[in-house]
Design a protein around this ligand. Structure first.
Ligand code: ADP
Ligand code: MG
Length: 616
């Protein structure tokens, strides 16, 4: 019998391995930017065409490579950054696995130009399918330019898997922000399809944050700064009033590497407790520097999770540092807190580090603040401050379950399901509707009544109105007498541009106003004006963060958002006529029973159920 096992040809093995490192244009962007940083560049240019699908190019003025290295760098496990296994625990560079360029060379057509300052001539190399197809000396400036064209040209399945240009561009911008945020001393630019998206001059971290996240944060940042022998924490948090309803402006960097950590996020949220609404997210950009031996970064290159040697101490330090900052800047009232026993008992607090470091450590202000009572940033008693995170989604789901559960037996109280025939809103002798708590409407039916939630019912009505609009028949707009403008972070401009067309169909006229600004010229006719800025900003925030996660289309998201935002609120008293109109509109809907996201709009109490409840 013939042998069945074969060794994969190199180029296929490389392609498979590449899939781990380069999943989308943004992963290549990250790797190339990090290489430029590692090369000591002070100026880095990122050039993108077609959301990275056609071109990703990074040009740096770093140390460059000699001829041999220029050829070598595309080999798998080619790295100048570690030589022996011990080096792995002292990594200060962004890369170290020597996989990125090899992976890029396996899935794109690559052109490398590089020259060191000490060399007269540089090197030009072309690579395709992991093979060098051209190499020659070239007259070049100092530094390196790597251009990768037609990503996944040889792996169509992966190419097809890529998302829309807007979505891929968003990922690229996210990576660009993460790398450029940690190196404010480096000048970065980002150009997309010939248009400059970012021009980041060298400056302070504070300036960089404002350049990247928007001038709204100007003068709204509180400095966080704590140094101990174990770790340093520095960066900024936003003043409580800048907290947003959606995530987005939260950044942790460990030894300059962007990481995600729900655990440390919780530490910051605890520090902000009582200062912001419980559903708000404060801005933070926090850098944690510690001995590389205390962190395991030897995880997968695309993973952003991290393992700390002692996670709890990092948590405690982060929380304390933020509290301290908020208290110092009198953002938080200097309340008296009791020391949280769980933190007091931490080994790292009681027995910091090695014996001989102990005295130095106990003198640090941060350490003392852990061990003294009545420090503003010592954590609250009573509540558990260590995780045991509150799972919002779960709580919400169970609430929804309860809500959906019939009040009594299913046949008699129906939620959101209704036999139109038994309902006679237009009876010849109309029975008045009743508004309860400025929130519900009671409308009588043939033998019982229905209890309508005015806000949710209106949400359904608006949703169907929006859903009926399309390019041919747009919803009418009313021009704003005083058009309001919206200033956006540079990264959001492309997104806003993408939203203007679908919004126009729904009656929102939004026009660009130069310099990252837009003006709302009109809003849907018949709907109250005055809140449009907030509504559009919220839409953008929501769209930005959930665009890729939700299974529903962009248009659907917009319609749901707008109908929710424009729906009448609880607390609005309605005239008899308005109630009648709402009830009529609701039952003219194709699906009157629920909102687009599935909440019931009314509950029916039929006659026989009522009789039964009275023991009849
Ligand atoms: P790693 O960064 O993990 O070492 P890469 O595949 O990203 O692996 O890069 C391989 C090697 O190529 C690097 O170790 C470095 O020596 C060299 N290199 C890559 N990009 C640059 C650059 N922009 N300037 C100078 N040298 C570079
Ligand atoms: Mg690298």
């Amino acid at each position: 019998m013939a042998d069945t096992i074969q060794l994969l040809p190199d180029h296929i093995a490389n392609q498979i391995a590449a899939g781990e490192v380069i999943q989308r244009p943004a992963s290549a962007v990250k790797e190339l930017l990090e290489n430029a940083v590692d090369a000591g560049a002070t100026e880095i240019r990122l050039i993108i065409n077609d959301a990275g699908k056609a071109l990703i190019q990074v040009i740096d003025n770093g140390k460059g490579m000699n001829e041999t290295d220029a050829r070598m760098c595309f080999e798998r496990h080619a790295t100048s950054k570690i030589a022996k296994i011990e080096d792995l625990f002292q990594i200060r560079t962004m890369g170290f696995r020597g996989e990125a360029l090899a992976s890029i060379a396996a899935v794109a057509q690559v052109e490398l130009k590089t020259k060191r300052a000490e060399d007269e001539l540089g090197t030009y190399i072309e690579v395709e399918n992991s093979t060098v197809i051209k190499q020659e000396p070239a007259a070049l400036g100092n530094g390196t330019s790597i251009a990768m064209k037609n990503l996944f040209f040889n792996v169509p399945a992966r190419r097809n898997f890529l998302k829309s240009n807007a979505a891929e561009m968003r990922h690229i911008i996210d990576e660009f922000i993460r790398v450029s945020m940690s190196f404010p001393e480096i000048q970065f630019t980002l150009t997309s399809n010939g248009q400059q998206v970012f021009y980041l001059e060298k400056g302070t971290l504070k300036q960089r944050i404002v350049q990247l996240l928007g001038t709204n944060y100007n003068s709204k940042l509180v400095s966080v700064q704590e140094h101990t022998d174990y770790l340093n924490i520095y960066g900024f948090v936003g003043k409580p009033e800048t907290a947003k309803k959606t995530r987005g402006d939260q950044y942790f960097f460990v030894n300059n590497r962007f990481i995600r950590s729900g655990y440390l996020h919780h530490a910051v949220m605890q520090a902000f407790q009582d200062l912001i609404p419980s559903d708000g997210f404060p801005l933070y950009v926090l850098f944690i520097d510690l001995d590389p031996a205390q962190v395991d970064i030897n995880v997968h290159p695309t993973k952003q999770e991290i393992k700390f040697e002692d996670e709890k101490i990092v948590y405690a330090f982060v929380q304390a540092a933020v509290k301290h900052a908020l208290a110092q800047f009198s953002v938080a009232p200097s309340l008296e807190f009791d020391l949280d026993p769980t933190i007091q008992q931490l080994d790292a607090v009681n027995k910091p580090f090695t014996e001989n470091e102990q005295s130095a450590a106990t003198n640090s202000s941060l350490f003392q603040s852990f061990t003294q009572r009545f420090q503003a940033h010592v954590v609250n008693p009573g509540k558990s401050n260590m995780p045991g995170f509150e799972k919002k989604e779960e709580r919400f789901e169970s609430l929804m379950d309860q809500l959906r559960k019939p009040v009594a037996d299913e046949s008699s109280v129906t939620i959101g399901q209704f036999d139109h025939a038994s309902f006679q809103p237009k009876a010849s002798t109309p029975i008045a509707h009743l508004q309860l708590h400025q929130r519900y409407i009671i409308a009588s039916t043939a033998s019982g009544f229905i209890l309508i939630h005015q806000g949710l019912a209106h949400e359904r009505v608006l949703y169907e109105k929006f859903a009926a609009a399309n390019q041919q028949s747009r919803l009418p707009s009313q021009r704003s007498l005083f058009p309001v403008s919206i200033d956006l972070a540079p990264a959001d401009v492309a997104l806003m541009t993408e939203l203007t067309e679908p919004l126009q169909e729904l009656g929102y006229l939004i026009e660009p106003f130069g310099n990252n600004s837009f003006v709302i010229q009109g809003t849907p006719a018949d709907l109250e004006q005055g809140n449009e800025k907030h509504i559009i900003e919220q839409l953008l925030e929501q769209y930005k963060h959930f665009a890729n996660e939700l299974k529903v289309s962009k248009r659907e998201q917009i319609m749901r958002h707008l109908s929710r935002q424009h729906a009448i609120r609880a607390g609005k008293s309605l005239s008899q006529k308005e109630m009648q109109q709402l009830v009529d509109d609701l039952f003219n809907c194709s699906q009157p029973g629920t909102t687009a996201s599935g909440q019931p709009t009314f509950i029916e109490y039929n006659g026989s159920y009522l009789e039964k409840m009275f023991g009849q």
